[in-house]
Design a protein around this ligand. Structure first.
Ligand SMILES: C[S@@+](CC[C@H](N)C(=O)[O-])C[C@H]1O[C@@H](n2cnc3c(N)ncnc32)[C@H](O)[C@@H]1O
Length: 418
């Protein structure tokens, strides 16, 4: 299942969770333990793929001639051997050798056997930083291998944020972020649920928290609309932009499935939602039913005029972005994103910002959020906007700190029209 999910994710472009959901649904006989192991393997492999590939390069006799399909099988087995104590090494070797033998014949099976046995003999040495420092040439190469991140991204972050912060972002990208929850304060049982959750919180705000772990009873509370699964870092960035000060109505112009739309709605704001993606809007409507809250939602015209009789007084743009701030939750992004995508996304954000500016009356607010660590989409995008749109001034801007401990990084800015 993990292998199939990785195929759908890396060869077919699906995001990792959608790929996993599909692979798990296609195997109805698999139990919850199998599904949990497949999830751990697929995410773990993607988080550590750079380091695993480097190790395979050192162990394979002809790394350049080894297909990506074989590398992926070896990489999954290597991940199990190095990181999953619960799976005995011989089982990982047997699985990989068996599958490679069936697909590619005895010779490749023997190669796989030799490589994985050599890895087992290293006896955990590749879990130590110095193992890689001694075998890489230069700091970028070391950081790229140890933190399992493409060199272009390491260079981008060092150039933009300096080495120390860049290393903190790289370290965070390898961790599993703490599960976050937002309690529905408009639900009659919301306050009681919040009190019940408080002892489990690693960090909390008025209605949200990062949890040490996700308790079983919370699944039912979520299904009953008492709470929503949402990262605490997401909730924090929104809080820091002081949405209580935004004039209403608020048009959430990139509402997607409504994660932030309903956060604003639960905070008592009058919100309208729109998105270019009709499927996500259907999910947003389903979210409204689950939470017992109504938000008017309509398909966005993209960059054209909005079909609105009255202008919103705030436009909230949770913009499509390169997602480089959420690699801990979406580790597939680092292997798919290119510098070119980032530039294209910055172009789209620019158009979205400029068209939102035209929609707002005097005194209106434009709130801009991304989940990326890329100045062209964040700080420089906002600076450019302020240069091109002299009617606006900056009210505040915020970026999740490298040391927040939440594992995810957001950028946000609030701009007001004079
Ligand atoms: C970061 S996601 C939004 C996530 C959502 N706000 C949430 O909290 O769940 C960006 C959204 O922008 C939408 N989008 C992409 N291009 C757009 C455009 N030109 N106009 C409006 N929305 C767009 C995407 O469909 C996607 O749902």
């Amino acid at each position: 299942m993990a292998l199939e999910a990785l195929r759908l994710c890396l060869d077919r472009g699906r995001d990792i969770q959608a790929a996993l959901d599909r692979a798990l649904t296609a195997s109805p006989a698999a139990g919850p333990g199998d599904a949990a192991l497949a999830t751990e393997l697929a995410y773990g492999y993607l988080r550590f793929r750079g380091r695993l590939d480097f190790l395979l390069d050192t162990l394979l006799a002809a790394p350049g001639r080894t297909s990506s399909a074989v590398r992926r099988i070896l990489g999954l087995a290597a991940y199990e051997i190095l990181f999953l104590q619960s799976v005995p090494a011989y089982a990982s070797v047997d699985w990989a050798v068996g599958i490679i033998r069936r697909r590619l014949g005895r010779t490749m099976g023997n190669v796989a056997n030799a490589v994985l046995r050599a890895l087992v003999r290293l006896d955990g040495a590749p879990l130590r930083e110095d193992y890689f420092r001694e075998r890489t040439a230069g700091d970028i190469s070391f950081l790229s291998v140890w933190y399992s991140c493409p060199p272009w991204l390491v260079r981008l972050w060092i150039g933009a944020y300096g080495r120390e912060e860049a290393e903190a972002f790289l370290r965070a990208s390898l961790c599993v972020p703490p599960p976050g929850v937002r309690v529905n304060r408009l639900h009659p049982l919301g306050a009681e649920l919040f009190r019940r959750l408080e002892p489990l919180a690693a960090a909390s705000s008025a209605w949200g928290m990062a949890l040490g772990n996700w308790p079983d009873f919370l699944d039912e509370a979520v299904s009953l609309g008492q709470a929503t699964r949402q990262s605490f870092a997401t909730q924090r960035i929104l809080d820091s932009l002081e949405p209580q000060e935004w004039p209403e109505p608020v048009l959430d112009a990139c509402a997607g499935r409504g994660g932030k739309t309903f956060l604003l709605r639960e905070a008592g704001k009058t919100v309208w939602a729109s998105d270019v993606n009709a499927f996500r809007l259907r999910q947003l409507r389903a979210e409204g039913l689950r939470l017992g809250l109504f938000v008017p939602a309509f398909l966005s015209p993209g960059q054209g005029p909005y079909p609105l009789r009255h202008a919103p007084r705030t436009v909230f743009l949770d913009a499509p972005c390169s997602g480089l701030g959420v690699l801990s939750r979406r580790p597939d992004i680092k292997w798919k994103r290119t510098g070119r995508d980032c530039r294209q996304l910055a172009g789209l954000q620019r158009k979205l910002l400029d068209s939102a500016a035209g929609l707002l009356p005097a005194g209106g607010v434009l709130a801009y959020v991304t989940c990326t660590l890329h100045p062209e989409e964040n700080e420089r995008q906002v600076e450019r906007f302020l240069r091109d749109q002299p009617a606006f001034h900056l009210v505040c801007r915020e970026r999740t700190g490298a040391d927040s401990g939440l594992g995810e990084f957001f950028y946000g800015a609030v701009l007001r029209k004079r």
